[in-house]
Write a protein that binds this ligand. Structure first.
Ligand code: CUA
Length: 165
């Protein structure tokens, strides 16, 4: 079978693109460690949130020397707690859920950009190497007050941290 030269070029080009696309996704997942939305945090019925050990009292708690776990509820139109404090150099694992509609949980300037789905607990881990105030925004349209939905993570310099939250 005789394939025209230009057609062969297009076929080769398309093959290269397919390999590149698969390559970038594999690279992102394996080398960079980009995580897809997963159910790794587990599930929770929205009406069980007030009775749940993790979410009845949204908070951040220390679980290791420089390790913290944060339990956050994203709801119309706020984050509970609105502000979290951790010391510089800490690793924080966020568990976020929603009792009402779809929300976002993006910690500006970090790798955390999560979709918060009612019925599911979304999990992401962030290392806060530098002190400062990190904004938290909802980036999924969730209703009339969507644009007001914000919070912050205050990463306190070690010299000013006395263990208190
Ligand atoms: Cu919550 Cu937008």
């Amino acid at each position: 079978m005789d394939i025209h030269r230009y057609e062969r070029l297009w076929l080769a080009g398309a093959l290269v693109l397919i390999v590149l696309f698969i390559g970038t996704i594999t690279y992102g997942a394996v080398v960079v460690g980009v995580e897809m939305v997963s159910a790794s945090g587990g599930t929770i019925a929205p009406d069980e949130i007030p009775n749940d050990d993790r979410f009845s009292d949204p908070r951040v708690e220390q679980v290791g020397e420089n390790e913290y776990e944060a339990y956050v509820i994203a709801r119309q139109f706020l984050f509970q707690p609105r502000q979290l404090r951790v010391p510089e150099g800490s690793t924080v694992t966020f568990y976020v859920t929603s009792p009402d509609v779809l929300h976002g949980f993006e910690v500006v300037g970090t790798n955390a950009n999560m979709m918060v789905i009612p019925g599911q607990v979304t999990k992401a881990t962030v290392e806060f190497e530098e002190a400062g105030s990190y904004g938290v925004v909802c980036n999924e349209y969730c209703g009339a007050g969507h644009h007001t939905m914000e919070g912050s993570i205050e990463v306190v310099p070690q010299s000013e941290w006395e263990g208190g939250n």
